[in-house]
Each structure stands twice: as C-alpha cells, then as structure tokens.
Write a protein that binds this ligand. Structure first.
Ligand code: COA
Length: 332
C-alpha cells in the first residue's frame, strides 16, 4: 500500500494588521463583543495594489518547498483551494502555476470554502496513492477583505473574515502519512453563508454591471446563528467518523488543528473531546477566519513552533459554506 505524506508546510499573511479598535472606528462594534463572541483580536488584510491570492499562495508555497528541501521544478501538480479567486475565471491554480514559473503541469481549483483545504488534501492524497503524481502542491489562499461589507450592516462578517495563504507539499510514502479523509456537504444550506454575485443564474439583463443596483449581492452574507449550530454538530460528527474509521480514540489525538472559524467553536470541540489546551492549535486570535487558508496557516505555524512531532496523530477538521464539512487524520 502506498500512502501520501506532508513533507513541507508554509504560509504567508499580509503585513497590514487590522485591530478590533480599527473596526470599531468604522462600524458599530467593539473589542469586547468581538473577543467574547469570536476570540479574534486582530486580523490581516491585503494591500490590493500589491497582493493577490496567487502571489500570496506562491509565497506560502516557496516556504513549504524550502522546508521540504525541494524546488518549484519538483512540483508535478497543483491543487488550489479558494473561494476568492483573483478572477471570476480562470481559477487561481493556473495563476499560481505561472507565478512559480512552471510549464504545463496541471492545476485544479477547489471551491469548498472553509473545508476547501481538506477537500484539496483529499484529492492530492488520492492522486499520490494511485501513483499519478509524485509531488503535489496543495494550497489554500483567500482575500476576503475586499468582499466584506465594511459597514455596520456587515459587521457580523466584517469582524470574522480575513486574508492569508497556506501551503503543503505531498509526496508518496511507504508508511502513513494521511490515514484517511472524510468529506461531506449539505446544499440545502447554501444560502446561509454565501456571496450571490457574479452569479450566472441571473437573467442576462441583470448581469449587465449597470443593472446591478444592489451591490450587497457581491458581499459575504452569513446567518451566524445557523452556521454556529450546524458547525458544532458537524465538527464532532466528522472527527468521530475519522477516529472510528481508523479504530482510534479521541485520547489518541496529539494535536487537533480545527479550521479557525470562531474560537468559541474550537473551544466547544475541545471540551467535547476532553483535549488539553496544548492538544488544540488556535491562531484565530491573530488572523481571524481565513477560510481555506486557515488550516494550512495553522499547520505551518504549529510545525514551526515544534508542536508537531514525528509519529504524532494529527486531526484536521473543518466546516463552512455549502454547508461543507470534512476531516483528515494524519500520522506525522
Ligand atoms: N458587533 C456588535 N454587535 C454585533 C456584531 C458586531 N460585530 N455582529 C452582530 N451584532 C449584534 C447583532 O446585531 C445582534 O443584535 P440584536 O440582539 O440587537 O439584534 C446581537 O449582536 C447578537 O447577534 P447574533 O447574530 O445573535 O450573535 P451571535 O452570538 O450568534 O454571534 C457570530 C454572532 C457571527 C459571532 C456567531 O453567530 C458566530 O460566530 N457564528 C458562526 C460564524 C462562523 O463561524 N462563520 C464561519 C464559518 S466557516
């Protein structure tokens, strides 16, 4: 049996720090509310004149390659998870391929929002297991700040979402590696967390830019209560599914790296799994929710801080727009 394993991790976050105080100065919110409900103290926003989803992804990828002692030329496939691509089409995968100076290798885009990185990891894992590719670059990168309604009307999303990029390099391995991935969705809840436009289901006359009178359709819309309620249930289900599939117990987890949706969600899962603080990695306090980028950024930081050791059992879990949810168990 051939497995895949992560041989390098990297991340990049934009320089500009956006504090809760700054948000409180432009909309009706305050530091206490944000910290109490979300755990977020600050987040990063891109400078749109400098940063793109693809160039942040390239910086994260280069860090991952360097740590893996590999070069761009070793990559033979790209899987790119983002819901905020630089263009409506083509996807950001080809832009990253260009940015890295690579010729003609395939690039696949994944649009599964906060679960995107685990979906991407799962796809890469299957390609490695079948022998189709040997070195796959998996990235999650997002620019949410430009799609957020930065007024009081959008405050429930403005305080949460932010920008960043994370990357992982996968290669084949004789021993595991990625033990399993578990992917789910429930499209009945698609409109509970979404951006409506530029939606192709609009009649032609409505797709003319001058006809689009309601620009809120280009902003993130979220029913926070619904998302929260479903998230806590699905996170637990998909983590237990992963443990059961591998005949493992929650006590076997060395490090849980949850999608950084909201600190309260992570704390709820931690309590249900009876994990100590050092068994759960959270960095949402510093970066907010970076959607598909949140897990690879957290993984990259946890690794750099020496929190991931050989033979450790890592559990990744995510929930988000779709709704989609997913988990992965990894023997490091
Ligand atoms: N600052 C101050 N007040 C705010 C606010 C903000 N940023 N956002 C909302 N409020 C207000 C609401 O208007 C409401 O006021 P009202 O009682 O006068 O109507 C009040 O706070 C409570 O709103 P509610 O939406 O019920 O709060 P909540 O406890 O559910 O917290 C979230 C809101 C968004 C923090 C919470 O629902 C949440 O975290 N949901 C999950 C979101 C998530 O994880 N998304 C990412 C998924 S990947």
């Amino acid at each position: 049996m051939r497995y895949s394993k992560i041989v390098g991790l990297g991340h990049h976050v934009p320089e500009t720090v956006i504090t809760n105080e700054y948000l409180s100065s432009i909309m009706d919110t305050n530091n206490e509310w944000i910290v109490e409900r979300t755990g977020i103290q600050e987040r990063r926003y891109v400078d749109p004149s400098k940063d793109t989803v693809a160039n942040m992804a390239a910086k994260a990828a280069r860090m991952a390659l360097q740590r893996a002692k590999l070069t761009e030329k070793d990559i033979d496939f790209i899987v790119f998870a983002t819901i905020t691509p630089d263009y409506f089409f083509p996807g950001s995968g080809v832009l990253l391929q260009r940015e890295l100076g690579l010729e003609s290798i395939g690039a696949l885009d994944i649009r599964n929002a906060c679960s995107g990185f685990i979906y991407a990891l799962s796809v890469a894992d299957q390609f490695i297991k079948t022998g189709m590719y040997k070195t796959i670059l998996v990235v999650g990168a997002e620019i949410q700040s430009t799609a957020i309604d930065m007024t009081t009307r959008g405050r429930n999303t403005a305080v949460i979402f932010a920008d960043g990029a994370g990357a992982a390099i996968l290669q084949p391995s004789e021993k595991p590696g990625i033990l399993s991935t578990h992917l789910h969705s429930d499209g009945r809840f698609a409109e509970e967390l979404y951006v409506r436009d530029p939606g192709s289901s609009r009649p032609r006359e409505e797709r003319q830019p001058e006809q689009i009178l309601d620009t809120t359709h280009f902003k993130v819309v979220m029913n926070g209560n619904q998302v929260f309620k479903h998230a806590v249930v699905r996170f637990m289900e998909v983590i237990n599914e992963a443990l059961n599939a591998n005949q493992l117990k929650k006590e076997d987890i060395n490090l849980l790296v949850p999608h950084q949706a909201n600190l309260r969600i992570s704390q709820y899962i931690q309590e249900k799994l009876a994990l100590r603080d050092d068994q759960v990695y959270n960095n949402i306090m510093r970066y907010g929710n970076t959607t598909a980028a949140s897990i690879p950024i957290a993984l990259s930081e946890a690794w750099a801080e020496g929190k991931i050791k050989e033979n450790d059992l890592l559990c990744l879990a995510a929930f988000g727009s779709g709704f989609t949810w997913a988990s992965a168990l990894i023997r490091w």
